[in-house]
Design a protein around this ligand. Structure first.
Ligand code: FES
Length: 154
């Protein structure tokens, strides 16, 4: 398994290399460990706070390990007027999570987004890169059943 030192060894050490390093670290580890930030910052000649600034600006980076399934509900305007808040609420109630949290068993992470670029087919839900357009409360149940392995009801 690739680790941070392998990633840094294969990466440039300029500021322009930071995003590539962060993307490779996120892909390899599933998140950016807080203790890795200082090492990365030193490698690209930035301060740790500058690297944290980049990490927290982009939603694709996480400082926490993600669940096996990351569920993202779009709450952008077009999805909101079609009922996205109810969809998000159903996931939150069923999983006992707020946006940005992961279930204690590591199975589910729940997130929201402001627009996923598919406004015409909202409410829009994404689970580990699989798209669920025109989501309803039935979609919520089907997604959770599928993730839990109950494929017969999905
Ligand atoms: S507002 Fe939801 S995809 Fe654009």
């Amino acid at each position: 398994m690739i680790d941070l030192h392998d990633i840094l060894k294969e990466s440039g050490n300029h500021q322009r290399d930071l995003l590539g390093i962060l993307h490779r670290t996120q892909a390899a580890l599933g998140f950016i460990p807080a203790e890795a930030v200082a090492t990365i910052a030193k490698h690209v000649h930035l301060s740790a706070s500058e690297v944290f600034g980049v990490l927290t600006f982009y939603k694709s980076f996480s400082l926490e390990p993600k669940g096996e399934f990351t569920i993202t509900v779009c709450l952008g305007t077009a999805c909101h007027v079609r009922g996205a808040a109810e969809i998000a609420g159903a996931f939150e109630r069923t999983l006992g999570l707020k946006a940005g949290e992961t279930t204690p068993d590591g199975k589910f992470s729940f997130e929201t987004a402001n627009c996923l670029g598919c406004c015409a087919i909202g409410p829009f839900v994404v689970v580990n890169g699989t798209y669920y357009p025109c989501a309803t409360s039935r979609t919520v149940e089907a997604i959770l059943d599928l993730c839990r392995g109950d494929k017969a009801s999905a």
